[in-house]
Design a protein around this ligand. Structure first.
Ligand code: HEM
Length: 447
């Protein structure tokens, strides 16, 4: 493997350079898409604690240690910013979302947004989501070849419409909004990054226009009448300092939050379904715990799902829905003693740590017990397990996500058993967020 420096460190500094192969972006990305875990292992062996890869015409510095991920997420020198990096990747589709803000402005918006995810609102969302999730799970088709990814996508979309929007949209309208979201999400990984008709990029821009028009049209009604959904909550959300959102803020945050919530939860559910199908003994354990809990759970019951909790954590470790935290250096800085010149893109990739044999025993094995208090492998480093990120941009929806995922899984376990054929192994499509290429066909049996 050839070695090229990202940039020489300044004369006289004891910083070391960041090395990589210098191969063209298309080749690097194809390697990443094919097998990201192998790529990371090879780079660690060749270049040590940090490397860089070319992607989308830019150089991305990628720390290969948990310390490196921490220094990106914690950003103690305030030399890294999220907007210039996420803005480059998804800005045209998700502009002015909270992840595309930095420093004081980010803090201002986050303090208002947090209000929508406080304990009181979470309890309300859980009460509202249960009947629809229970009916949705009960309505799943049984038999062979049920594409469970698609089913979870429908469930999480219906949930988003009800809990986030508080709307009972006709199916064609719900499908139109869903398609606009999917087009925006897929556009971010587009290799062609210009508005050329027929490309993912162009579809993303059209999707953004649909979403803006949709939220603007419904905003006056939401401002006028208070309802328990997120849209209405955001219209009234107020930080302790008394700040509120403008109409434009509400539209931008709704578009971003719905995007952030939807595929991430779907992928986590699909990953859990996959590993529970491969490991029926864990499925049975989780079912036994669900049977010991009420069908309609309360917020306080959530902590009692210890088996599902471990399975969820292990699934998030093995397949993190958000591959990495993206940042850009606003000035010359350093990560782990390596020189990062101003303008460099930086990505702390979760799987780098999640599959690192120095942090986890036998990392490729599905082993939820590794999260038990006795073993607590996730505590080997603050950033050994980082599917929700860290630092000021840490996922604001993390408790919401766990609540939604556990509620769906609880209902699924009580209604069905599911399996995959002997010897089945999924193949992931990493060109977007990581999803199984075949959408995970399972055999679903009512019990
Ligand atoms: C299992 C599901 C989820 C995963 C794995 C996940 C992962 C993440 C990660 C890694 C980040 C940080 C990105 C960065 O720092 O560059 C993030 C941020 C965020 N997430 Fe999640 N997320 C999930 C579900 C949700 C849900 C359900 C919501 C909303 C209801 C949500 C809303 C957000 C928001 C608003 C941010 C940006 C926070 C900020 O910039 O201050 N996420 N998420």
């Amino acid at each position: 493997m050839r070695t090229k420096q990202l940039a020489p460190p300044p004369a006289g500094s004891d910083l070391r350079p960041i090395n990589g192969t210098g191969d063209p972006g298309v080749i690097e990305l194809l390697r990443f898409f094919r097998n990201p875990v192998r790529l990371v292992a090879q780079r660690r062996e060749a270049f040590g604690d940090i490397t860089y890869i070319n992607a989308f015409g830019q150089k991305f510095a990628v720390p290969l240690t948990a310390d490196g991920a921490e220094s990106v997420a914690a950003n103690r020198q305030k030399a890294l910013a999220a907007e210039p990096a996420w803005g480059f990747l998804i800005g045209p589709f998700f502009r002015r979302g909270i992840l595309l803000m930095d420093f004081e402005e980010h803090r201002h918006h986050r303090l208002i947004l947090q209000h929508a995810f406080n304990n009181k609102h979470l309890r309300g969302y859980l009460d509202d989501m249960q009947p629809m999730l229970r009916d949705g799970v009960r309505g799943l088709p049984v038999g062979e070849n049920i594409l469970i990814l698609d089913r979870f996508k429908e469930l999480t979309l219906d949930l988003a419409l009800e809990i986030f929007l508080g709307m009972d949209l006709p199916r064609p309208e719900a499908d139109r909004i869903n398609k606009a979201f999917i087009d925006c999400v897929n556009a971010g990984m587009s290799l062609v990054r210009r508005n050329i008709p027929g490309t993912k990029w162009a579809r993303g821009l059209a999707g953004r226009a649909v979403l803006e028009e949709f939220f603007r049209a419904h905003l006056p009604a939401k401002r006028a009448t208070e309802t328990p959904d997120l849209f209405s909550v955001l219209c009234r959300a107020r930080s302790e300092e008394g700040h509120t959102f403008t109409d434009e803020d509400v539209v931008n945050h709704m578009i971003f939050v719905l995007m952030a919530a939807h595929d991430t939860s779907t992928i986590t559910l699909t990953t859990m379904a996959y590993y529970l199908a491969l490991h029926p003994e864990w499925q049975e354990k989780a079912r036994a715990q669900s049977r010991a809990l009420p069908r309609d759970i309360t917020y306080d019951n959530l902590a009692e799902f210890t088996v599902l909790d471990a399975v969820m954590k292990e699934s998030l470790r093995l397949n993190s829905p958000v591959p990495g935290l993206a940042r850009r250096a606003l000035e010359d800085t350093e990560i782990d003693g390596h020189f990062v010149p101003k303008g460099t893109y930086v990505s702390a990739i979760g799987m780098v740590n999640h599959h690192n044999p120095a942090l986890w025993t036998d990392p490729e094995r599905f082993d939820p017990d590794r999260f038990s208090p006795e073993r607590a492998e996730d505590k080997s480093h603050r950033y050994a397990w980082m599917p929700f990120g860290g630092g000021v941009h840490k996922c604001i929806g993390l408790y919401f996500a766990q609540m939604e995922i556990k509620t769906i899984m609880h209902n699924l376990l009580l209604e069905y058993e599911w399996s995959v054929p002997d010897g089945y192994t999924w193949k992931l499509d990493n060109t977007t967020l990581p999803v199984p290429k075949d959408r995970l066909p399972v055999t679903l049996r009512a019990i």
